[in-house]
Design a protein around this ligand. Structure first.
Ligand SMILES: NC(=O)c1ccc[n+]([C@@H]2O[C@H](COP(=O)([O-])OP(=O)(O)OC[C@H]3O[C@@H](n4cnc5c(N)ncnc54)[C@H](OP(=O)(O)O)[C@@H]3O)[C@@H](O)[C@H]2O)c1
Length: 241
């Protein structure tokens, strides 16, 4: 199986890529900022055995960059069977203090990127009558978070897009699902102070933050034959939060 995982230089995306490689799948990795750092991660994954990894830095908020990423994937492995839309940015702050360019960037990176990538992934998947798309979403997409209004809106959009696209693509054999993450221990939460972390943990029934690898397990499941009858689902991986 050939998978493409956006935003996979670190955090959840990196764990998803690693889990797919360990399972014997080929993975195209991606990041925004540093091709050199991405290549170091690619080397680490290729040292694991299993599938093969390659990587290309590209801004998935831009359609032309997504097209470049797909050409790179096709050149290396052929058709993409599984697309994991993971790349995103968070912005923490009062909404009325955000500049238009700040909330536009959040929507472009978190939601428009998912549309860009799906628009490019779907035609060959529909032709082959098979494929799986997994969008990485957030509990805030359902509930909304104070000081993360634009981020919450982007993830609410990802959830609605997932359900709608699943209806459209299902008759052609393409499944579209989302994993809705709770608080996962990555750089995205590095801004939290220790007492803020303690307060958050008190609200989580499983009494801890999630691990990136626990999201990766859900993504691998949704990509595989075990999830053959699951589409349009937004699955919570949130410790019951
Ligand atoms: N961590 C959580 O608690 C949590 C909770 C709910 C949902 N999520 C979701 O889980 C996903 C991964 O989050 P994370 O915590 O692993 O994030 P992270 O540690 O901040 O990593 C973000 C990744 O996305 C890449 N990226 C950012 N903007 C990009 C762009 N425009 N084009 C391509 N790549 C881009 C980054 O690349 P660089 O290394 O180049 O910057 C990095 O690889 C996101 O969709 C996030 O919304 C996370």
């Amino acid at each position: 199986m050939n998978a493409l995982v956006t935003g996979s230089s670190r955090g959840i995306g990196r764990s998803v890529a690693e889990r797919f490689v360990r399972a014997g799948h080929n993975v195209v990795m991606n990041c925004l900022t540093s091709q050199e750092r991405l290549e170091a991660v690619v080397r680490e994954l290729n040292a694991l055995g299993g599938g093969q990894a390659v990587g290309l830095s590209a801004d998935v908020a831009e359609y032309s960059e997504c097209a470049r990423l797909f050409s790179y994937a096709e050149k290396n492995f052929g058709d993409v069977d599984v697309l994991v839309n993971n790349a995103a940015v968070s912005y923490v702050g009062l909404f009325h203090e955000m500049r238009p360019e700040d909330y536009s960037r959040v929507i472009n990176v978190n939601l428009i990127s998912v549309m860009n990538m799906c628009a490019l992934a779907l035609p060959p998947m529909l032709r082959r009558r098979g494929g799986a798309i997994i969008n990485v979403s957030s509990v805030w997409g359902r509930r909304g978070a104070s000081c993360e209004a634009a981020y919450s809106a982007s993830k609410g959009g990802v959830n609605a897009f997932t359900r709608a696209l699943a209806k459209e693509a299902g008759p052609s054999g393409v499944r579209v699902n989302a994993v809705s993450c709770g608080v996962i221990d990555t750089d995205m939460n590095a801004f939290l102070l220790s007492d803020e972390k303690t307060a958050l943990i008190e609200e989580i029934p499983l009494c801890r933050f999630g691990l990136p690898g626990e999201v990766a397990e859900a993504a691998l499941f949704l990509a595989g034959a075990g999830a053959a009858y699951i589409t349009g689902a937004v699955i919570d991986v949130d410790g019951g939060y």
